[in-house]
Design a protein around this ligand. Sequence first.
Ligand code: ADP
Ligand code: MG
Length: 248
Amino acid sequence: MVLQIKDLKVRIGQKQILQHIDLDVKAGEVHVIMGLNGTGKSTLLKALAGSYECESEGRVFYKGEELLSLAPHERAAKGLFMSFQNPIEIEGLNSIYFLKTALSEQMKFRGEEPLKAPEFMKKLKEKMAFLEMDEGMLNRSLNVGFSGGEKKRFEILQMMMLNPELILLDEIDSGLDIDALKIVAKGVNAMRDGKRAIVIVTHYSRLLEYIDADFVHILDKGIIAKSGTARLAFELEEQGYEQILHTH
Ligand code: ADP
Ligand code: MG
């Protein structure tokens, strides 16, 4: 089991956002979380990644280890990756420097020898070619002036470079045209090797046409109100949340 969530409750400030979340994600599985705006999908991922905004109670295990007591950078170094719904722009932080430093620091934390510059560049160029990205992006400040699609693609590039075991993707498909969506999906599918676990938050069942999900969960009022297979996402598209959550 890569991720095991037991009775997780999450508060932001005075507001109880998540009431009771139970979720098991095994190696090789892709779970999709859907729900109306404001139901706490991003909060769930942020709590798992260790955002300081979130006050979490309950138990979460990552590969058997208690996750909630670890600092965000420890979670990341141990193989947890989260892509942001709205990636932040950092003026003056060179994108390539950011990627190199993130990877080197994680490798050091794990007691591995960081990649030498030529190896790093080779790997980076391979991944960028795979994601059909323009290398010119690398010399720009992190996310500054990137289009919505470029930001999402850069998140996927980070994921591929960091090689995480638990992947949390927040609305990686929002604002993408169909070509960019296919490339993002290609990146995610490339990470499906039976060892990793993937949790994807999305609004649209469209993503599920390109990524095969094993399970779909609908978040409502702080709990997982309904779970099913990928079919649930398509039913949702046809019938709407009201119908799906309040009948049968
Ligand atoms: P979703 O991703 O499902 O749209 P979010 O997890 O972003 O939902 O937000 C869930 C709820 O938490 C919303 O009502 C939102 O306004 C609230 N919320 C999120 N972040 C904060 C914050 N930093 N301070 C106060 N409320 C927040
Ligand atoms: Mg969100």
